[in-house]
Design a protein. Structure first.
Length: 209
């Protein structure tokens, strides 16, 4: 039996916007700040099969150095936000589905940058609110905040994201999760973490929602 959802929370990078190559380029430009070498295509492919903590361990990056690095990374990302594009096909799907659902965004990115991108693509009005989870391992807390503020029922709320972090956060707050395989983490590792749904193309959202 198909579940009835009312509120859909979306991740941004890798889910709505195709920012993978840009983020990799920024990471490699800033690799020296973490005392590591820029990553090759082969290394990047391997990292897609890892959780964030496994990635940090594989790269030898101390967790304590991450917050300062992420601030600089976000600032550089904002400079390039106007060069990015939506995942092919996602805009039309979002417009179609928005007639029947309330959308919001919970992202690790900068709220203003996300809003600016969505405005440029004519879909900003589809999302309210846009919240930033600055702690990359604290997204569940922001989800809880939104659910409390909007008095959302966990049974009718679902999250859409491209990372293992999104699966873990959703499970912590007791909501369903649609994992998309076109973003950061590979389909293989997403499946290993047992999301409620796992899809390969934006069009598949309409079979769930």
């Amino acid at each position: 039996m198909k579940k009835t959802y009312k509120h859909v929370m979306f991740d941004f990078d890798g889910t709505i916007v195709d920012s993978y190559d840009t983020m990799v380029a920024i990471f490699n430009q800033m690799a020296h700040q973490l005392d590591i070498e820029p990553l090759s295509k082969e290394e990047l492919a391997t990292l897609r099969d890892m959780t964030p903590k496994e990635v940090l361990k594989a790269l030898g990056v101390p967790l304590i150095r991450l917050p300062g690095y992420l601030v600089t990374f976000r600032n550089e990302y904002i400079k390039q936000i106007n060069t990015l594009h939506c995942i092919p096909g996602i805009e039309a799907i979002l417009r179609e589905l928005s007639a029947n659902y309330h959308f919001s965004i919970i992202t690790s990115n900068d709220e203003e940058a996300v809003s600016m991108f969505l405005q440029r693509h004519g879909i900003r009005e589809l999302f309210n609110p846009i919240y930033s989870a600055r702690n990359i391992f604290g997204k569940h807390k922001v989800i809880q905040k939104l659910m409390k503020e909007r008095k959302l029922d966990a049974k009718t709320t679902i999250y859409v994201g491209d990372e293992v972090r999104d699966i873990e956060a959703s499970k912590k707050v007791g909501i369903d999760i649609i994992s998309v395989s076109w973003g950061l983490n590979s389909q293989k590792i997403l499946a290993e973490h047992s999301p409620t749904y796992l899809i390969e193309k934006p069009e598949e959202l309409t079979s769930i929602l």
